[in-house]
Design a protein around this ligand. Structure first.
Ligand code: PGA
Length: 241
């Protein structure tokens, strides 16, 4: 696990965007694993700027997002599908049919989960997976648990995650209580992983991930067993290391 600490949120975003740009330069047909939340927004802004300057080209890339709320349609402003279009896809030249977000409106979630894993495998697996981290150490929506779950699955969100995500909704009771998420096994199958954390409220989760036991109670701790993980932090998120 390679850990780099920067003195601003913007620099974390710039560094992450540089890693994505290098990946696309090396392999224009890369399969990108993308994440939502506040943390990746500066990365997406930097990637849009690099695209506008002609330095990065998404025309042959594919993307798979980590997760989606159950019950929110693509048009819902709080859905992750909507977020990704607003924050990134609508501003770059990635093909419309090359972007994938699990469906929160599936009739049959079991089939949706299996189909999502099969599509990633058919695409050749994820080359570069972007991750944020929850205050409770979750990655994607893999919440603290008694075990690590391998493939894409449906989860019940913890109270702390619902409260953390409440800021995007009008009220807490509008935050969905379930989500469809890639499993830890699917995340660990990526060839390279880029974990970002910014802000003081991520310091404990980062300390537990980097220095604590490898345990499903801190799902991100399993990343220490992956051979190619880069962790980009600002000073606040790194303050307990
Ligand atoms: P955040 O979410 O970037 O909005 O803090 C990260 C996460 O919960 O994984």
């Amino acid at each position: 696990m390679e850990i780099k600490v920067f003195d601003s949120v913007q620099k974390v975003g710039q560094a992450a965007a540089m890693i994505f740009a290098a990946q696309l330069m090396k392999n224009p047909r890369s399969v990108l694993g993308l994440a939502t939340g506040s943390t990746p927004i500066p990365t997406y802004q930097q990637l849009i700027a690099l695209y506008q300057e002609g330095l990065v080209d998404f025309s042959q890339a594919q993307s798979y997002n980590l997760d989606e709320y159950c019950g929110l349609s693509h048009e819902h402003v709080c859905s992750y599908y909507y977020f990704m279009h607003e924050q990134l896809f609508d501003h770059i030249n990635i093909a419309k049919d090359a972007v994938h977000v699990p469906s929160g409106m599936a009739q049959d979630f079991d089939a949706e989960c299996k189909g999502y894993d099969a599509a990633i495998a058919k695409a050749g697996g994820v080359d570069l997976q972007l991750l944020g981290i929850g205050r409770n150490g979750h990655i994607a929506f893999n919440e603290p648990d008694a075990c690590f779950t391998h493939g894409t699955h449906v989860v019940s969100l913890t109270k702390s995650t619902i409260q953390a995500n409440r800021r995007f909704f009008d009220s807490e009771d509008q935050v969905p209580t379930r989500a469809i998420t890639m499993g830890v096994g699917s995340i660990m199958a990526a060839r390279q992983i880029l974990l970002l954390a910014t802000g003081e409220d991520k310091a404990e989760a980062i300390r537990d991930t980097v220095k604590g036991d490898i345990t499903p109670q801190v799902q991100a701790s399993i990343l220490r067993t992956h051979p190619n993980v880069v962790v980009l932090l600002d000073r606040e998120a790194a303050s307990l290391l």
